[in-house]
Design a protein around this ligand. Structure first.
Ligand code: GDP
Ligand code: IMO
Ligand code: MG
Length: 437
């Protein structure tokens, strides 16, 4: 086990941690680790589509909504206005934590401005994806896009509405009528029982009420008071609604810029952005993945990395590390520090490839393309590097890493222009080494 202190890695005010690829980079582990040095961990977007895994002394915990700081005593956790909340999923998670002896009352704060996910959002999610013209997105089915559609369409129901029973009932009736008509007439899905949903949601107010607050004000006050805040992104930059591989994206903004709108904090409070980067690439769901492999290497990555979706259990697609996409992500998010995860998964590969450029139509591309057609079939420029062919189980410092592993790390840094400051060598909190300058 590596004795590890991370105080050095967090600046004052707000540090944002983003997934720099297509999600599942190991954000849960890194946020849990860094959360030990802050006062507040705040989740700024997405919903229960996320699955963040934390392993503490061999015991695995998965969080979908509650920030990964909750396992550190004394740390306060915020779910910001940018998130979409399924109250049933939230209550399940609170119960799960309770069973582990983790107190959430007085430590968890949910924004009164966050939007609610309703049962009809989950039905619509499935119906939209199944009836799309063109390939399905392969969503997690958690109702994310329909909830954000209602938000943009100014008909969403917010957490604050749970506190006003007559208003909630009125809004629910209007929304259910409208969505039922769509589900029944367009998608042929059985309509929902309005009274059942109203009863269920009215009952949530008592349970969630103690957690609801103005989290933007809470964070701004805490920052003014000198408290350190870690903003935790879900998904990853390449799944960002604006900047990802659209339309194969999620419906929120996981990029670092999303932390300000999703938490209600000014951009001037953010002084550092960390990217969590997996040492190879994975993607779950459909959409372009230029470096994807369908051979013994992808099988090995899937097997050694246990690459199955944390939320849906679907096998994750695997491929070589795409440095071209990563450089785009680093620039877009303003990432200056990287936590590189799952380096140990590469242990058995005799050689490694990294993608350092895309060509299309005989021309080198200058940037990461927006066109799906280019992303689907670029010609890839690869560099080949030596593998290290040994276990990293006994490695407890950067210096003790094999030369080939250090060369891999240095090449990533050099290409993307950000420092790798942490290297994760296993799922457990303590299987992490700091990279010395
Ligand atoms: P997140 O969504 O970014 O929090 O990532 P997930 O939890 O969905 O997926 C990451 C998976 O990799 C989890 O099962 C983690 O326990 C595991 N993991 C994290 N870091 C490492 C590492 O350095 N090595 C290995 N082998 N597994 C890791
Ligand atoms: P974490 O936080 C990986 C993917 C889905 C699908 C697309 C849209 O654990 O990294 P959605 O349900 O959001 O409308 O699905 O986004 N996706 C994720 N992939 N990790 C995640 O979260 C994801 N959340 C959504 O597979 O392709
Ligand atoms: Mg995940």
């Amino acid at each position: 086990m590596v004795a590890f202190a991370v105080a050095w890695c967090l600046a004052m005010s707000v540090t944002v941690i983003v997934g720099a690829q297509w999600g599942d980079e190991g954000k849960g582990k890194i946020v849990d680790l860094m959360g030990q040095e802050v006062d507040i961990v705040a989740r700024y977007q997405g919903g229960a589509n996320a699955g963040h895994t934390i392993v503490i002394e061999g015991r695995q915990h998965v969080l979908h909504l509650i920030p990964s700081g909750i396992f550190t005593p004394g740390v306060r956790c915020v779910i910001g206005n940018g998130a979409v909340i399924d109250p049933a999923a939230l209550m399940d998670e609170i119960r799960m934590l309770d069973d582990c002896g983790i107190e959430t009352r007085g430590r968890l704060f949910v924004s009164h401005r966050a939007h609610l996910i309703m049962p009809y959002h989950k039905l619509l999610d499935k119906a939209y994806d199944e009836h799309r013209t063109g390939p399905a997105i392969g969503t997690t089915g958690r109702g994310i896009a329909p909830a954000y559609i209602d938000k943009s369409n100014r008909m969403g129901i917010r957490i604050v509405d749970l506190l006003d029973r007559s208003m909630l009932e009125q809004k629910l009736r209007a929304n259910i009528d409208q969505h039922n008509a769509v589900l029944r007439k367009i998608y042929g899905v059985d309509s929902l029982n309005i009274n059942e949903i109203i009863d269920q949601y009215l009952s949530f107010d008592h349970k969630i009420d103690p957690y609801i607050t103005d989290t933007s004000a809470l964070l701004i006050d805490a920052i003014a008071d000198g408290k350190r805040v870690l903003a935790e992104g879900a998904q990853g930059a390449l799944l960002d609604l604006d900047h990802g591989t659209y339309p194969f994206v999620t419906s929120s903004n996981p990029v670092s810029g999303g932390a300000c709108t999703g938490l209600g904090i000014p951009p001037t409070t953010v002084d550092c952005v960390w990217g969590v980067v997996k040492a190879y690439n994975t993607r779950v769901g459909n959409g372009p993945f230029p470096t994807e492999l369908h051979d013994e290497v992808s099988e090995l990555l899937g097997r050694e990395g246990a690459e199955f979706g944390t939320t849906t259990g679907r096998p994750r697609r695997c491929g070589w590390l795409d440095l071209w996409a990563l450089r785009y992500s680093v620039r877009l998010n303003g990432i200056s520090k990287i936590a590189l995860t799952k380096l140990d998964v590469l242990n058995k590969l005799p050689e490694l490839k990294v993608c350092v450029g895309y060509r299309y139509g005989g021309k080198d591309l200058k940037t990461f393309p927006a066109e799906t057609s280019m992303l689907e079939a670029p010609e890839l420029l690869y560099e080949t590097m030596s593998g290290w062919n040994c276990s990293l189980d006994d490695v407890t410092s950067f210096a003790a890493l094999p030369d080939a592993a250090r060369a891999y790390i240095r090449r990533i840094e050099e290409f993307v222009g950000a420092r790798i400051e942490l290297v994760s060598l296993g799922p457990d909190r303590h299987r992490t080494v700091r990279v010395d300058a």
